[in-house]
Design a protein around this ligand. Structure first.
Ligand code: SAH
Length: 232
């Protein structure tokens, strides 16, 4: 059988180096994130996704550095450590349906798609949504659906979600997203007004529907935009 994701073999050594850097940073930040190691499934996913296929050619050499990189349209591909930590905190199981807000280049979507049954991802910049959709299809990710729109409204037709991962910073947890989080669901979202002073927040809903919120880690994300009428 042919491998549906043939690019995985390329630059595998560099990916291992990136994963080692992520694991070292996880150990250094144990007091924030509350664990000294990532789940083996998360590590496997990070070793599989070809990050170099998600960055512009000009950034290809830096694709496996543990840093964010510019991807055009004033947007960035998140730092690998942050992608891994957000994925870990979302505790994605193999039968889970996951919503991502802020597709960007689609890298986090691919990591989630390695772990979940189905991923839905919303991107406010239509060109980025289109490019990510094509890229994910080309790489063989058949369990990700991308659409252009305002992710603050979620994707009500596909709700409820077992996990929701938001990769742009909100001033507060968007109520429509919280409403689409299912029983036992996890919502991972950067919250805070400016570029400084944001916190990665985890909101968990228990089986009875009660919600618990905790701050995990200081972070820096681009702001969650309010979509214009045409984009929404
Ligand atoms: N998930 C990406 C990170 C992308 S950066 C990764 O794996 O690297 C955040 C993205 O959120 C940007 O592409 C930005 O355009 C998008 N965004 C900002 N506001 C949004 C909104 N209201 N709805 C959906 N996407 C939004």
């Amino acid at each position: 059988m042919t491998d549906p994701r043939p690019r995985q073999a390329e630059r595998a050594q560099e990916r291992l180096g990136m994963v080692r850097d992520i694991e070292a940073e996880v150990r250094e930040t144990v007091s924030w994130i509350g664990r000294s190691a990532l789940a083996p499934r998360v590590i496997t996913a990070m070793k599989r996704v070809p990050r170099h296929a998600f960055v512009p050619p000009s950034q290809s050499a830096a694709a496996y550095a543990n840093t964010p990189l510019p991807i055009g349209h004033g947007q960035t591909i998140s730092q690998p450590y942050i992608v891994a930590v957000m994925t870990e905190l979302a505790r994605v199981g193999e039968d889970d349906v996951v919503l991502e807000v802020g597709t960007g280049c689609g890298y986090q979507s691919a990591v989630l798609a390695e772990l979940a049954r189905q991923v839905y991802s919303i991107e406010v910049v239509p060109e980025l949504a289109e490019q990510a959709r094509e890229r994910l299809a080309r790489l063989g990710y058949t369990n990700v659906e991308v659409r252009a729109g305002d992710g603050r409204k979620g994707w009500p037709e596909r709700a409820p979600f077992d996990a929701i991962v938001v990769t742009a910073a909100a001033e507060e947890v968007p109520p429509l997203l919280l409403a689409q989080l299912g029983p036992d669901g996890r919502l991972v979202i950067p919250v805070g007004g400016g570029f400084f002073g944001q916190e990665l927040v985890v909101v968990e809903r228990d089986a009875e529907g009660e919600v618990e919120t905790r701050d995990v880690l200081p972070v820096r994300f681009v702001p969650l935009r309010h979509a214009s009428a045409e984009e929404a």
